[in-house]
Design a protein around this ligand. Structure first.
Ligand code: FAD
Length: 501
């Protein structure tokens, strides 16, 4: 039986550390003493700038004002990720947030669309997010006026260093104690639990419970508790990145771009004050010099710093919660940023910790549940990311040939075969990516069904065509009424000094 948890020490003050500090202070503040120790000398990883819509739940949980948060972090809105050259060179598609089309008579929309190909046009004609993204438009419309159709679904792109600093100020106002010091040792009880963190200046920080947010180091969860790591590098071959900021360009795009390169891909994340760029690549298929050269060659404005190298091993900690330590952020594992899922994983880990919080000490069942849910969540995301690499037609390029020819997890092979049979897509309720996401990436990566669903025939061809035509018209007209993205930001949430363009 462990003791009642009244004090928590968070080790590390990057995005993970400050997100969990803010959330715990907001939700459990009065009954918990929360201390965060970080080392400005070591610093933070400083990347991680694109998010997915679920981040709005975090903002609501901690009660961040959206406009203020955007001003403080030089943020822009994000409606989608564009995948350029992923299926093959010269081809591009969007993975937009929100639904595509509208389901009819219990049958998902895409079955009707598929049945009427090619007359029904592009899948993305039925996505307001896509039309707005391509037109560099944005407004906070949650539904299309006079219709039952949803409006835009958005996330944010922000400056990672500013985000951590903003949450730090925010959390300290809620009572979180911050210590700037290096942890020199992790002290354990005779049973093996963590008892205290020893700081370089000799102080000892004792607590009932610890949260390891020390980044790739995993100071508590791995270096001390030796939890073990499940390595997925055989499925996700990239193991290095190089990041560089460049000058802002116009128009200010409300989406992230991912461009496939010869042994990996390059991200482009537009912010209010600059553009974030990075090249994720496999060291088995290219050199650091070549990766740097390609990154700089593919910038659309002048670089504002030297490219910064980062190394990683894709996978996850065997247990995210071990003894009296929960790990979050890079300390808990890493799946490359292709679908901007890392900050989301921090957020859901926080939500799970709050739900299963070990307040009364007796928490073995909660710990097991926490680890089971976390494992499943990582695996769903892993499969979705592998799909992007595996289903490619970049024949004759060694890296892409290896991705196409590798064996994939059974869970993913099943999903692909289901789609090939009759465009079936079935997702577990707790899979982050639901039907619309799998559909767009399957189709975008060239996976094609062999047959359509017979139930769509229940609607006469003429009615089906009319339904699709009307839907397209509604999305097109709705997109035309939206203001420009830059204009919207300027009006509501521009960082000072006001940005141009
Ligand atoms: C190339 C790349 C691109 C990414 N892009 C995205 C993206 O677009 N979207 C997304 O959601 N995520 C992205 N991520 C992930 C995202 O960056 C991280 O999830 C996020 O920044 C959280 O990092 P962290 O807080 O876990 O670690 P860090 O930022 O590394 O913070 C670690 C903290 O621990 C402290 N620390 C370490 N050792 C000690 C010590 N001995 N004593 C005291 N303090 C210590 C450090 O000072 C620091 O405060 C990306 C990651 C990489 C590598």
């Amino acid at each position: 039986m462990n003791k009642e948890v009244r004090s928590v020490v968070i080790a590390g003050g990057g995005t993970a550390g400050w997100m969990v500090a803010a959330a715990l202070a907001r939700v459990l503040g009065p009954r918990l003493t929360i201390t965060l120790v970080e080392s400005t000398e070591i610093g933070i990883v400083g990347v991680g700038e694109a998010t997915i819509p679920a981040i709005q739940q975090f903002n609501k949980l901690v009660k961040l004002d959206e406009d203020e948060f955007m001003r403080q972090t030089q943020a822009t809105f994000k409606l989608a990720i564009e995948f350029v050259d992923w299926y093959e060179k010269g081809h591009a598609y969007m993975h937009t947030f929100g639904n595509v089309g509208r389901d009819l008579a219990y049958i998902p929309f895409h079955h009707y669309w598929l049945r009427d190909q090619p007359a029904a046009g592009s899948l993305w004609d039925y996505s307001l997010n896509d039309l707005a993204a391509r037109g560099a438009k944005f407004s906070r419309v949650d539904h299309i006026p006079n219709t039952p159709l949803a409006g835009l679904t958005w996330a944010f792109q922000f400056d990672a260093s500013l985000f951590a600093a903003y949450l730090s100020r925010f959390s300290q106002k809620l009572g979180v104690r911050r210590i700037d010091a290096k942890i020199s040792a992790v002290l354990q009880t005779p049973e093996g639990d963590v008892r205290a963190l020893k700081l370089e200046d000799g102080r000892e920080l004792a607590a009932d419970f610890f949260i390891d947010c020390t980044g790739f180091r995993g100071l508590l969860i791995e270096q001390t508790l030796k939890t073990g790591y499940e390595n997925w590098s055989h499925w996700l071959l990239c193991d290095r990145a190089m990041a560089v900021p460049s000058a802002r360009t116009s128009p200010l795009l409300p989406y992230t771009r991912s461009t496939a390169l010869e042994a990996g891909w390059q991200w482009r994340i537009p912010l209010q004050h600059r553009t974030g760029n990075g090249h994720v690549y496999s060291s088995s298929f290219t050199t650091d010099e070549r990766a740097r050269e390609l990154l700089l060659a593919n910038l659309d404005a002048k670089p504002l710093a030297d490219p910064r190298p980062i190394r990683f091993t894709t996978g996850r900690r065997k247990q995210l919660w071990n003894r009296n330590v929960v790990s979050m952020g890079l300390a808990s594992g890493f799946i490359e940023p292709l679908e901007s899922t890392a900050i989301h994983l921090i957020q859901v880990t926080i939500q799970r910790l709050i739900l299963l919080f070990p307040h009364n000490g007796d928490y073995e069942a909660r710990r097991l549940q926490f680890n089971r849910s976390a494992a499943a969540e990582y695996e769903y995301i892993r499969d979705f990311i592998i799909l992007h690499y595996h289903a490619n037609n970049r024949v004759g390029e060694p890296f892409w040939d290896a991705c196409r020819n590798m064996s994939i997890p059974d869970s993913l092979a099943h999903k692909i075969e289901l789609f090939r049979e009759t465009a079936g897509i079935f997702c577990a309720a707790d899979d982050l990516f639901q039907l619309s996401s799998w559909l767009q990436v399957m189709w975008g990566q060239g996976v094609r069904p062999r047959a359509t669903h017979p139930f769509v025939e229940a609607i006469a061809p003429h009615d089906r065509a009319g339904y699709l035509r009307d839907l397209r018209g509604v999305f097109e007209r709705a997109a035309q009424t939206l203001p420009g993205h830059a204009e919207f930001i300027e009006k509501h949430c521009a960082s000072a000094p006001p940005s141009a363009g």
